[in-house]
Structure formats: C-alpha cells, structure tokens
Design a protein around this ligand. Structure first.
Ligand SMILES: [Zn+2]
Ligand SMILES: [Zn+2]
Length: 418
C-alpha cells in the first residue's frame, strides 16, 4: 500500500520529463537558434552553437534516460545459488550471524553449528529463496533482490543499482548545464514579460473579477505564492493573445518551460550532490536510510531506558536489523583448518566500515574510474561487473579479520556469537 504514491509518480514523471526535453529541444532549435542568427548584435558562433548544442545534449540526455528506463527487470539480480568460490567457502564472505543462522536452522529442523556460515537468502516477492549477497537489497516495487541496490527511482520508473550508477550520475550532471545554457538567452526577457503579465492581470477588469477578487483563488492556488503565479499566468495568456505573433519567444508556454527547467535543474543538482557524496563515503542510498533507522531505534531505546520503561521487542529487533555491524565468514589457512572447522565467523567492530575503501577507490569501484566514467560513451555502459555480487572489502578490515580468525583458531576459541 505504501508503494501506491511511488507507483503513481513513476507513471507521471517519465512522460512529463520527456515532454519537457522534447519541447525544450524544439524551441531552442527552431525558434531560439534562428532568432539569435537574425540578431546582428549576437556573435555568429553563438548563434550556430544554439542551433546545434540542444540537439546534441538533449539527444545524449534522452539516451541516458532511456537506458535507465529500459534496464531489464533482470538487472543486477544475483544468481540463484552463489558462485563456487563462495559455496566452497574459499573467500571472506558476509553471512548471517550465528544467532540468525541458528533460528533459521531450528525452524527447519536442521542441526546447527556456530562455525558453519549461513548465506542470506530472500524468500520475498519473486526471489523465492534466491541468494542475497552482501549489499543486495529487496526492492518491494519490483519484488526482486538486486545486488548493489541503491533505490527505486521514480524519475525513470526503475531500480538504480551500483552497475548503472554512472549512467544515473552522468544524467544528473548533464542536465543542469543543458537547461541553463538553453534558457540563458531567455531569462531576461521572460522576467520582464512575467512582470508585465502580473501588472496587466492586476489592471485587467475581467482577470480581476475572475481571479484576484475571487476568494477561492487563495485555496485553488494553494496560498499566496500560488495566487500570484495564477494571476500572472492569466495576465500572460491575455498579453500573448494581444500580440500579433502570439508572444513569440516570450509567450506563456516558453515561460512555463523555463520555470519547469529551473525546478528540474535544482532537483538534479541536489540529487547529484547527495549521490556523489554517498559514493565517496562508500555508501549507497539504502545505507543512509538504514543508518538513520538504526539511529532512531537507538535513541528511542535510550529514551525509554532513561525513563525506566519497558523496551518493546520490535525496537530491539530494529536495532540489530539496521546495525552497521556485519558478520563475515573468514576462511582459515589450511594448516589451521580442522575436520569440522574451515573458518571462523566474526563480526565487524563498531566503527569498522568494510566497504569504505577511501573516496578514490570508492569512486573507482562504483563508477569504474576516477573521471573517465563521465564521458558519454562510458556513462551509457554498465559500470560494475561481477564484483557487485561479491563486493570487495577493504584491505584493513580483511587483514584484521584474518588475524583475528587465526588468533582464535590457535587459541582454540569459537566463532563469535551475538
Ligand atoms: Zn528479495
Ligand atoms: Zn525496483
């Protein structure tokens, strides 16, 4: 049920965006470009630029957009069973905690062993018991688990997963300059036209009656700002009708196009900034959501404890569910392996971040390179390959885990438990 607004938005936004870009392309190529060409005060090369640039950049933006929109529903879905290296436990791998494994095995009437790692599997939606590698998440809208899942994006009605992060980011970064460049020659004249439209609407009798004196205009437009905008639009339309050429390059729909463009540019700048800062920190959007859910559970428990109240079990379970601390199976060197123990299960430490390799390396892992991912011919292609199913952990954490595992094996200690 909580998905209904998202579903509705993702039906509305894609046609709206494509319409905007088509309209922007049409106006700039067939009206703005020729207009600048006819203006002797404008440098020739600027006019030619305006004749060519919109086609190139909007074509590119549309291409990247279509790429994300039409990503197959199978994108980044892990194989049903993990690859042999993981099945045979030859590598360090993220697994369930011994406590979780025990609960599942108990329910299945299977004998449990704390040293025997259990890989996570998903039984929701269409997953049907599919292997769920580290950093994979289940998208409730698509009903599938995807490796390196970031979020389900209403802008292109599809999941965003790590391998296509560079396509997404390039799209976000190409959009604001394109919008800015296309609307730049129009800002000044549209601004004075909007002012003129506002004053016209105030002085026009029929608009005053229909809008300004009409009490419901406050309600319909959603407050004073909307009321001014509504009045201006009405005045603008009237001005356009009075003009011989219907308003030309300062007509109402071009004004609305530019306003829509400004809003879209601001949204994309915001999204690009947050997405990039998350990648630099080695996080995906979902991680931020999880860590804030963890923080909320933590502070709720703290508050209840300080009031001496009972702590409801769902808070406790949220705390462990959203915890940043992960469990890893660490294979032991051959000489330390025994008949019934091939490795040790350890938990990461409080502030250990196994997937944060430092900003440079984080960029390289997710985007495929430091800078060259931004070129269109790279951005359109998939970034991460198979490593998305076995996300690399940092050397530091790997070293710490291996040393800890060996020490425990030598001292005859068992795997960690919760
Ligand atoms: Zn799933
Ligand atoms: Zn999805």
């Amino acid at each position: 049920m909580g998905n209904t607004p998202t579903w509705l938005l993702q039906q509305l936004i894609p046609p709206l965006l494509l319409t905007y870009f088509y309209f922007a392309w049409k106006i700039s190529t067939f009206e703005l470009g020729p207009h600048l060409l006819n203006d002797p005060s404008i440098y020739r090369f600027i006019s030619y630029f305006y004749l060519i640039f919109p086609t190139l950049s909007i074509f590119l933006i549309t291409l990247l957009y279509i790429r994300l929109y039409f990503l197959p529903s199978s994108q980044s879905i892990p194989p049903f069973d993990p690859p042999p290296a993981i099945r045979n436990r030859q590598v360090i791998l993220q697994c369930l905690s011994p406590a979780q494994a025990k609960a599942i095995r108990l329910a299945d009437n299977v004998p449990h062993d704390d040293d025997d790692p259990m890989l996570e599997r998903c039984y929701r939606g269409k997953c049907g018991g599919r292997w769920k590698p580290a950093r994979a998440r289940h998208c409730t809208l698509c009903g599938r688990c995807r490796a390196g899942w970031d979020h389900h994006c209403v802008f292109f009605a599809n999941c965003l997963s790590a391998p296509y992060m560079r396509t997404f980011l390039a799209l976000l970064l190409y959009t604001p300059p394109t919008i800015f460049i296309i609307s730049l020659p129009l800002y000044k004249s549209l601004y004075s036209r909007a002012k003129e439209a506002y004053f016209h609407s105030k002085s026009d009798d029929s608009i005053r009656q229909k809008w300004w004196d009409w009490g419901y205009s406050w309600v319909i437009a959603g407050g004073p700002i909307g009321r001014y905008a509504g009045g201006t639009v009405l005045g603008w339309r009237k001005l356009d009708k009075l003009d011989e050429d219907g308003g030309g390059l300062v007509r109402l729909n071009i004004g609305l196009m530019v306003v829509f463009g400004i809003i879209l540019a601001l949204i994309t700048i915001g999204l690009a900034t947050t997405t990039l800062s998350l990648i630099l920190k080695g996080d995906l959007t979902i991680d931020r959501g999880r860590s804030s859910a963890h923080g909320q559970a933590l502070s709720a428990i703290y508050r209840l404890k300080s009031q001496g109240k009972h702590i409801p079990p769902h808070l406790e379970s949220n705390l462990s569910r959203f915890s940043d601390r992960r469990w890893f199976f660490v294979p032991l060197p051959r000489e330390l392996q025994t008949q019934d123990r091939e490795g040790i299960i350890l938990q990461t430490l409080e502030h250990e971040r196994p997937y944060d390799h430092g900003w440079r390396q984080n960029l390289r892992i997710v985007l495929g390179s430091m800078t060259s991912w931004i070129y269109p011919w790279n951005a359109i292609r998939k970034g991460m390959g198979e490593e998305v199913f076995l996300w690399p952990i940092t050397e530091d954490v790997e070293k710490r885990l291996r040393e800890d595992a060996e020490r425990r094996a030598k001292e005859g200690m068992l795997s960690e438990r919760t």
